[in-house]
Design a protein around this ligand. Sequence first.
Ligand SMILES: Cc1cc2nc3c(=O)[nH]c(=O)nc-3n(C[C@H](O)[C@H](O)[C@H](O)COP(=O)(O)OP(=O)(O)OC[C@H]3O[C@@H](n4cnc5c(N)ncnc54)[C@H](O)[C@@H]3O)c2cc1C
Length: 239
Amino acid sequence: MPNSAPFFIRLQQCTRLTDPACDDVVVQLSFSALAHQSLPTFIAGQYVRLRLPKQPELQGSYFALASSPNDTTTYDFVIKAMHPLSEALVNLAVGEEVEIEGPMGKGFDLSEHQGKNIILMGVGTGIAPLRSVWLDLIQHREDYGSISIYAGFLSAMHHLLTDELRSLADHNIQVSISLATGHDDWQDPVGYVQHALAGNQPSPENTVVCLAGMNVMVDACTETLLDLGFNEQQILLNF
Ligand SMILES: Cc1cc2nc3c(=O)[nH]c(=O)nc-3n(C[C@H](O)[C@H](O)[C@H](O)COP(=O)(O)OP(=O)(O)OC[C@H]3O[C@@H](n4cnc5c(N)ncnc54)[C@H](O)[C@@H]3O)c2cc1C
């Protein structure tokens, strides 16, 4: 259930994440609170329901918070134009207001897993809730063991936050980026994230895994993790 009654946020910035030549439009949207208001705190991995007050005919839909849970001034989202509401959101003008309900969902509460190794696995816009997790983890890096991220995207034109992902090496976080469709210059894995994970054979000992993506990916990753000796209590979902 949502933590609060619906409220409004204002768009501050819109950055396209996919290549301009790519047919898929994915953007990073950054919103701030309205004047004299603050944004509710949240747990990394939680999501909200967004609606457009100027287009009430468009049904509200769910989007994961992609910003740090330690930042109460900004809510970031990673949104792919898929249906009428997300199309309208990616075309929103700076300064426009959006109605928001939440945060909701259980999120990925890693505070009870301090001292453990952490694996984050996400594909497509599933990278959004994981971004809020890694932004939180780098502020508490010394509280955890090894941290690895397996991210999966469709192609090199879908470079969703890949520069930010690669910069996480500075925080001793290992990142593997899989492309479903590789190309001649691509040195990293080609295929799905569960194939990259199976190739690396991480030990399940003292390790938890956060999964975010479509159901088929969550199911396939769960099967691979169970094959590697992980148990279901070590596999965390944010909803
Ligand atoms: C609670 C909730 C939160 C949501 N949050 C957001 C959000 O923050 N932003 C948003 O835009 N939408 C969100 N949605 C909407 C939903 O995720 C949309 O369906 C989404 O836009 C689909 O786009 P995508 O980027 O995930 O897929 P695509 O861009 O099509 O990416 C697909 C990825 O999945 C990989 N893949 C495909 N098949 C498999 C497989 N079998 N195994 C492993 N990997 C595979 C591909 O290689 C590729 O990397 C949310 C929905 C809910 C219910």
